[in-house]
Design a protein around this ligand. Sequence first.
Ligand code: DAH
Length: 361
Amino acid sequence: MDSLQDLRARHLDSIAGAETESDLEAARLAAFGRKSGEIGQRLSQLGGMDPGERKRIAPQLNRIKDEILAAIGERKSELAESALDARIAGERQDVTLPGRHRRCGSVHPVSQVIEEVTAIFADLGFEVAEGPQIEEDWYNFDALNIPPEHPARQEHDTFFVRHSAAGDGQPNVLRTHTSPVQIRAMREKGAPIRVIAPGRVYRCDYDQTHTPMFHQIEGLAIDRDISMAHLKWTLEEFCRAFFEVEKAELRFRASHFPFTEPSAEVDLRCSWEDGRLKVGEGDDWMEILGSGMVHPNVLKAGGVDPDQWQGFAFGIGIDRLAMLKYGVPDLRSFFESDIRWLRHYGFHPLDIPALHSGLSR
Ligand code: DAH
């Protein structure tokens, strides 16, 4: 039989050498297992010893037992700690790694300009109104003071849709302008009202400056005493904000639209430097929109009493605004869906136009 010291050394060695929890459990069983545990066996032999020997051996054996138990406990917590360390190391994420590069889509200049114009007019108290792109003939023409025999109908190069949704024999049209939204908004909300209506419009026309689908923004402000002066101030504020300049000067030219009286076409003072537009200075004038005081017949069609209410309306071509502001030479390129074009002229989707942060950064 081993001496007590050998016994002690052997068990402490195998505990210290345990690399896993199951190694350690095996070492524990070798010392204290119910059947074959050596220390346990030695302890149970104490009872059969003569008293002198027992007195000598028992304290030594008990000390060794305590020492081995303590060593087991210590090794156990060391193993648990290094298991935890290993797990943490395995799950470690390097948060300093740069994010994975993903292709990011971009915002089309037309959408960008719609956002910009909407932000400017929202600041002036206008809300956004909508109407259908397949429009009833009545809303697109009659309600806007364009009766069936009116020559303006020919000028609009209208796309007709054969069957009327209303089933009244009247043709539907692809709306030729956003002006019908004036009627829908007045009928829905009544007066006073301040709305803008951005959207798609359609005309049968195609060249460098015309596409069969394009975009307009309609504006409408009705109240008890709105005048041309309010219209001029509003449009000047708009141009200043939109072209991001200190000063914008407008010129009103008498014109004719069936839905406004008086009517004006509005020109913006500008100059051209190396083919790029400079707004607010120079000797050129550029036509940017049509406008006027809403015709009494149009108010009536919108269910608004012209003896009590009056106001202004205007219509702007969005695509043209985008071409002017962002230097796009050909209107047709807007609708060709060329990804290289969009990468060049597009905007970052997270740069949302707002007046306080700058419209186009
Ligand atoms: N609807 C006209 C067009 O498409 C633009 C327009 C002119 C709208 C004058 C208006 C306006 O509201 O007052 O050519």
